[in-house]
Design a protein around this ligand. Structure first.
Ligand code: XMP
Length: 536
């Protein structure tokens, strides 16, 4: 299975039979991306996987021996530094002699040039944004590209003289060196970013590099991941019992079904109803996973317990803390009750792993909801993280391959503290019930209008104010709710969704008519920043 073409990359051929980490017993040639801190590093990894080639991101200073492991090609990412900075990140120089092709992108090209004796200068003008790029002569790196291509640049420094043995392979519209290469050593550089969508034929260029120059065949896909992951899980956990928290979100659903495929009912997914879930959560998600896919879900009704702890609490951070702490308690008690548990499965995804190898050092911001707060150490549980090599969209594809309902895979994100941070002020059972109804109506109308998949996240918020209204001949004094819907890529920034007026009208009419206690509906037209997506 360890295929690699790789014309002349002798060093890589020698290592290609060893398994890449995370791929279980199946061996596969990978592309290693060294991260110099570019905001696009994860995009390089994704684009290469879209070429059907498994890719992994390592820290810029990984040792060449680690880099060479099962590696058919290397990419040096861009980054915000100048190679003239005192603490400029530099790769292990031995990577250039591994015999494995190396492609330096932007800062990566400058670092390569500098290491091999080329000349890098501080640019007289910055090239930023769209630029023309023209290959010089014929080169297979640029097969399928046009004579002039729009590419995305973002750099101050520039290579003014390539290292000995390198040729200039292309120039920008203003005549600057934009690509260099040595076919003999299989070392290449691009001053622009082929991984971003603004670069025309960027994907083709990456294909030319990984298939054409490095000779790595297409043999990885999220679908092929399933088989390998199942083998790997079986090999790792043997006859042990595994627990995981099943929230109904995409990650925990896919992870549970995947582990269940591997070890059957030795996986016990624990679903905790904390009293602040959406309407019909248990029925909509857990019912389908259990009914359709055979998971034996351990359901814990802890509604009263959570609501008792939340009584009288108005501060959002305290709500979050209470819910987090109580969740761990309930989960731990349940795991103890099940008994004989040796493993805890977590839905860590690849972006968290990349973050932890970042130039800026291991990040403290790895999302806490992936981590069932310190339980592994306290209960002496071993961890398995079967999705940790995947990006979110790959998790969805894996889920589809596993036969999970598209409705579950396409669900909007839902925060761990649930409706508690959408009920401004105190959380009570009555308020939860009211918000669940209003939220379900808004989502139903969004679905009916065919807009659910166009929206990143939509929900209703219950405000802590009452307003005057009139119903029939009677004056009312009741709650206000706000509908929120946003476009976003990753939740870090967001833009309010331009909801069609007729959808707003139906939502408003139905919420006010059908939800007792609400007499006013607003639509939130704030973006992030300066607002946040949630209201608390
Ligand atoms: P904000 O409100 O910070 O939300 O713009 C960004 C994304 O994060 C979700 N979110 C949370 N998720 N625990 C979670 O698991 C939390 O405490 C939490 N707070 C916000 C939010 O729903 C949005 O998708």
């Amino acid at each position: 299975m360890a295929e690699r073409g790789g014309s002349g990359a002798a060093g890589a051929a020698a290592t290609a039979d060893r398994g890449a980490e995370g791929m279980g017993s199946v061996k596969r040639t990978r592309v290693v991306i060294l991260d110099f801190g570019s905001q696009y590093t994860h995009l390089i990894a994704r684009r290469i996987r879209e070429c059907g080639v498994y890719s992994e991101v390592l820290r810029f200073d990984a040792a060449s021996a680690e880099i060479a492991e099962s590696t058919g090609a290397i990419v040096l990412s861009g980054g915000p530094s100048s190679i003239y900075d005192e603490d400029a990140p530099k790769p292990d120089p031995a990577i250039y002699d591994l015999g494995v092709p190396v492609l330096g992108i932007c800062y990566g090209m400058q670092a390569m040039s500098e290491a091999l004796g080329g000349k890098v200068a501080r640019g007289t003008t910055r090239e930023y944004g769209p630029m023309g790029f023209s290959p010089e002569g014929e080169h297979r790196l640029f097969d399928g590209l046009a004579e002039s291509n729009q590419v995305w640049m973002s750099h101050g420094d520039e290579v003014v003289a390539p290292p000995d043995g390198f040729e200039v392979l292309g120039r920008s519209a203003d005549g600057k060196i934009a690509s260099i290469g040595s076919d003999e050593r299989k070392l290449y550089g691009l001053q622009f970013h082929p991984e971003v969508v603004h670069t025309e034929r960027g994907k083709r260029l990456l294909e030319n590099y990984v298939h054409g120059i490095a000779g790595i065949p297409s043999n990885w896909s999220p679908e092929s991941f399933v088989e390998e992951a199942i083998e790997a899980i079986r090999a790792e956990v043997g006859d042990s019992t595994v627990v995981c928290a099943l929230s109904g979100g995409v990650d925990s659903s896919v992870m549970s079904v995947l582990i269940h495929r591997a070890i059957g009912d030795r996986l016990v997914p624990i679903f905790v109803d904390n009293g602040v879930l959406r309407k019909n959560e248990e029925h909509d998600v857990i019912g389908r996973l259990a009914g359709g896919l055979g998971l034996k879900v351990d359901k814990v009704d802890a509604r009263e317990r959570f609501l008792t702890k939340l009584a009288g609490v108005e501060d959002p951070e305290r709500k979050r803390k209470i819910i987090g702490t109580e969740f761990i308690r309930v989960f731990e008690e349940e795991a103890n009750r099940i008994g004989g548990v040796e493993y805890l499965a977590q839905g860590t995804l690849y972006p968290d792993v990349i973050e932890s190898v970042s130039v800026k050092g291991p990040s403290a911001t790895i999302k806490s909801h992936h981590n069932v707060g310190g339980l592994p150490e306290r209960m002496h549980l071993k961890l398995i993280e079967p999705l940790k090599t995947l990006f979110k969209d790959e998790v969805r594809k894996v889920g589809a391959e596993l036969g999970i309902d598209p409705d579950i895979l396409g669900r909007h994100p839902f925060p761990g503290p649930g409706l508690a941070v959408r009920i401004l002020g105190e959380v009570t059972a009555e308020r939860v019930a009211l918000l669940q109804e209003a939220d379900a109506i808004a989502i139903e109308e969004i679905r009916n209008a065919g807009l659910y998949d166009d929206i990143w996240q939509a929900f209703v918020v219950l405000l802590p104010v009452k307003t005057v209204g009139v119903m029939g001949d009677e004056r009312t004094y009741e709650h206000v709710v706000a509908v929120r819907a946003v476009h976003s890529l990753d939740g870090m920034t967001a833009h309010w969704f331009p909801m069609p007026h007729e959808v707003l009208e139906r939502m408003s009419a139905r919420i006010i008519n059908e939800v007792r206690g609400v007499n006013r509906v607003c639509y939130d037209i704030s973006s992030k920043p300066p607002s946040t997506i949630e209201w608390e």
